[in-house]
Ligand binder design. Structure first.
Ligand code: MG
Length: 202
């Protein structure tokens, strides 16, 4: 399976990192080895001193799709979830400055937290509230209605480049409020009132 991630999909997050508002979705990949194993803590890697959390709504693909039409995109997923796109912000800054690929900053082991998945019918995907709590303090508070590109548009867009396969996961971008993690943090993700993941940072 593969993980397809969208960057810069919420206007306020683009502003907080002083990024340019993109004309098309920003896309990058993480390998399956990036998934943090269930019940494992996240270990801050030795190569970075500025690891940021980015809470994101996840979409799990349920069948093969290529050149998916936006109006049929809803047929390609039954489940959604919540996760974290951990980012080595210091390394990413160097990559951005030099125009280099982002993988070292974004696709390292443990950089993809994948929480529980839920039937999509359980939620209104156009008005889905989600949060990240760091040590019980809400640090990110998002709603899918603020997405620049909606879930179905994202599937249509990325499927032009990459064949979507059953089990692939789309990270749909983070809202504002990204920040640094530190040892012993407890990070909890909430989809509406449901706890979708809880992880410890070491
Ligand atoms: Mg992200």
């Amino acid at each position: 399976m593969k993980i397809i991630c969208i960057g810069r999909n919420y206007a306020k997050h683009i502003e907080e990192l002083a990024n340019e508002r993109p004309l098309e979705p920003v896309v990058f990949l993480k390998p399956d080895s990036a998934i943090l194993p269930k019940k494992m803590p996240f270990f801050i890697p030795p190569f970075s001193s500025d690891i940021h959390y980015e809470v994101e709504v996840l979409v799990k693909i349920n069948k093969v799709g290529k050149y998916i039409d936006t109006k049929f995109a809803h047929k390609y997923y039954d489940e959604i979830g919540l996760g974290i796109d951990f980012t080595a912000r210091d390394i990413q800054a160097i990559c951005k400055e030099k125009g280099l690929p982002w993988e070292k900053a974004k696709a390292f082991d443990g950089s993809a937290v994948v929480g529980k998945f839920y039937p999509k019918e359980q939620f209104d995907l156009t008005d889905l509230h989600f949060q990240l709590l760091q040590n019980e303090v809400v640090v990110q508070d998002g709603n899918t209605k603020a997405m620049l590109w909606k879930i179905d548009e994202l599937l249509a867009y990325v499927s032009q480049f990459f064949t979507l396969k059953k089990g692939d996961i789309i990270f749909t971008g983070t809202p504002a409020g990204v920040g640094k993690v530190k040892e012993n943090d407890i990070l909890v993700g909430k989809l509406e009132d449901t706890e979708a993941f809880r992880i410890k940072v070491k």
